[in-house]
Design a protein around this ligand. Sequence first.
Ligand code: GAP
Length: 442
Amino acid sequence: MAPTDDAKSPVRMEDLVALCARRGFIFQSSEIYGGINGFWDYGPLGVELKNNVKAFWWQRMVRGRDDVEGVDSSIICHPRTWEASGHVEHFSDPMVDCRTCKKRFRADQLDDRQCSRPDDCDFTEAKQFNLMLRTFIGASEDAASTAYLRPETCQPLFVDFKRVREAARQKLPFGLAQIGKAFRNEINPRNFIFRSREFEQMELEYFVHPSQREQWFEYWFEERQRWHRDLGFGDDALRTRAHEPDELAHYANAASDVEFLFPFGWQEIEGIHDRGDWDLSRHSEFSGKDLSMTDEETKEKFMPMVIETSVGVERTTLAILCNALREEELENGETRTVMHIPAFLAPIQVAVLPLSKKLGESARRLAEDLRRRFPAFYDEAGNIGRRYRRQDECGTPFCVTWDFDSEEDGQVTVRERDSMTQERISAEALAGWLFERLGMPA
Ligand code: GAP
């Protein structure tokens, strides 16, 4: 059954935010100075989770294919890039000031504004506020030295299109892909990491002959949903939404969002866009370099069309965390907090827990051996039940207990996070056993 508009996430945002800080997934940037709005730091578990998300995307979108090439471009590009792309002119949100509380709000999101005296608000006329973050290059701070931190990662891919196509000897259809930082001076950053001022995007620009744009839009629309489903998102938490013509960005001919059911409602995590030939045509015009191609058979000159898939690392990470967090009643009446993060994405994939500190030497040796192949963690502090609970909150799919019998028979107990079942297996065979269970989906 298709998910409805009023469906509710089982997770409370405040529980998730508290767990993320407590376990060192994600917390406010510059926390000891009171934080800085719209910026976040990722601790030991958060950085591993984010890296695993990026590695999965890169494997599926770049390494696993021969028609997509990877690029890592600079964050600051020639300022003309952003004139050509339309960002200098169009990349703005309507903003109002409140004369009473002296705060700024997005004029199109006033219902959700965070204000302690909403009934007293007295707004100015809305004006357009450009979201690009500005900086200066070189010693002088004037208009001639103004540059922008990129607000999306895709523009350098269009600028690099000819160079990479020729270097990689690619023919249409083919794509360029990039993972990297993007910056937007959001008027109201909110919902934890969902809307930040600094974030990362994973973008593919797929170049096709104009006659094939519809078929490739369909292909990438399906392919990207497959990726989200492989992250563990079920039909109750994932849906797609086609943009109405009046919602389309200035460059887009068609667009569909992939939406996730967050605790704050259905929200976009990815956009799939038919950008037409807008970008290559504009960069050709503004740079004076012809980026068109010639059909080998008909000798017809044409500008390739672009199908884009653009997904945020932070929004995907937040969706994974929301999808994973559950409070579960145990048979003994206690509750456990557990993160059902898919095993291949887990920040720690295996924890080695000796039953007693006296067994530390052998257990440590096992952990060192596993660490060469998997993100492994060693913990000998506290009772075993508490150590299991700690790993449940970290999302660790397998805990391995080394006990007194292990010293004699070389067998260990593997406890699986979701079912909490335990299995006795040979320590020697453990790496192979884990390897079979921790791989990325193909
Ligand atoms: N190149 C097209 C583009 O940038 P977008 O819809 O503006 O399109 C794509 O952004 C994705 O980037 C979004 O679906 C979202 O996942 C992520 N994103 C955009 N703005 C964000 C923000 N302020 N904070 C976190 N992620 C953001």
